[in-house]
Design a protein around this ligand. Structure first.
Ligand code: ZN
Ligand code: ZN
Length: 136
């Protein structure tokens, strides 16, 4: 399906095509640190269909647990994570776009959870945590 969205401050916008069935959670410790949260939710977008305005800042990180070098891209103004991809010049084959920046985020329901061995223990019990419809 068509996707579009952008970072929190609006400097970066993206468009592309993504299959909601490919949505995945990553519980690895690098994703916990890189998001400042408990896990990351991403979906692959082919490079051929990926369009972006604004220039993200990137850094290269060899993830501790998988050993794969990944380019991590985020907004230089607001810090929103945008995607990760393979190192190299030009358009890459695939971009793991962060689902939270998509306008269609509610349609990207995770189908798998990777690196669950490092998941925070409370993630499976969120349904039992007290809920406020707005900030308490
Ligand atoms: Zn931004
Ligand atoms: Zn991860």
């Amino acid at each position: 399906m068509r996707i579009d969205g952008g970072c929190h401050c609006g400097f970066i916008t993206i468009e592309g095509e993504a299959d909601p069935d490919k949505t995945a959670i990553c519980h690895c410790t690098d994703c916990q640190t890189g998001t400042g949260s408990a896990f990351r939710v991403s979906v692959p977008v082919s490079g051929a269909a990926f369009r972006m305005t604004g220039e993200p800042t990137t850094y290269l990180k060899t993830t501790a647990e998988s050993g794969n070098p990944r380019v991590q891209a985020f907004c230089p103004r607001c810090g929103s994570p945008i995607y990760s991809t393979t190192p190299g010049d030009g358009v890459q084959q695939s971009y793991m776009v962060r689902v939270g920046i998509l306008r269609q985020r509610d349609q990207f329901v995770p189908r798998r959870q990777n690196w669950f061995r490092s998941a925070q223990a409370w993630v499976t019990g969120l349904g039992a945590v007290h809920r406020n419809e707005k900030q308490a």
